[in-house]
Design a binder for this molecule. Structure first.
Ligand SMILES: [Zn+2]
Length: 214
């Protein structure tokens, strides 16, 4: 085991566990998270720290480029779909966050062309649903520079994944009934800022601004 991991385990038991000891004991038999958080697997993305949550608050799904297959293509990724199903239908989360981020390698790979991923056949196959997002950028934003295209790919991917969630009848119904909210977030690693997608304006706004508008 890496020394860093040994040290982490020791620190968890001696410091973190002690800090939340009562909470951990209360959580032993039951979890009641308010939010399902779907984030990229990227090591620089740290959802619990980002929203300052405590153990038991967030049900987490992480995969490359924070993707969810559409209902029609749900068999492509049963790991993600079954986790969404459990969070919504059993745990009854009130909110789903789809959280993308800056410099996302998965989005960059999809934008760069899956044909370059012959050495990563699983990833090549996994990223296929992002082709439609890539095509939107090639058709409508070909004149933009590479950085703008990369950011756009991340933003459009977030919007796309939020839409994918709404193709599931049991999610759509809860959203329409006001029992479930879905938001798309974009986390900027360098600045620590989160932009929140606003469907009404079809734009991403600073989270601070978003909060003050509510
Ligand atoms: Zn990523």
């Amino acid at each position: 085991m890496l020394e860093r991991l040994k040290k982490g385990l020791t620190n968890f038991k001696d410091v973190t566990y002690k800090k939340y000891e009562q909470l951990y004991q209360d959580l032993e038999q039951k979890q009641n998270p308010h939010t399902l958080f779907i984030a990229c697997s990227d090591s620089r993305v740290d959802p619990e720290r980002l929203i300052d949550s405590e153990p038991g608050e967030v049900f987490m799904i992480r995969n490359i480029a924070n993707t969810i297959p559409t209902y029609e293509l749900s068999q492509r990724d049963l790991t993600t779909v079954s986790s969404v199903e459990f969070a919504v239908e059993v745990l009854g989360v009130k909110e789903i966050i789809v959280c993308g981020h800056s410099n996302c390698g998965g989005c960059a790979a999809a934008l760069g062309g899956r044909e370059k991923l012959d050495h990563l056949p699983f990833t090549q196959n996994y990223l296929e649903p992002l082709e439609s997002v890539k095509e939107k950028i090639e058709q409508n934003h070909a004149h933009e520079d590479d950085n703008a295209k990369a950011r756009l790919m991340e933003h459009l991917n977030i919007i796309e994944q939020v839409e994918h969630l709404k193709t599931y009848p049991w999610i759509k119904q809860k959203v329409e009934n006001g029992e479930l909210g879905i938001e798309g977030w974009h986390y900027d690693i360098k600045t620590g800022s989160v932009l929140v997608y606003d469907e009404a304006t079809d734009a991403f706004h600073e989270s601070e601004k978003y909060q003050s508008e509510q």
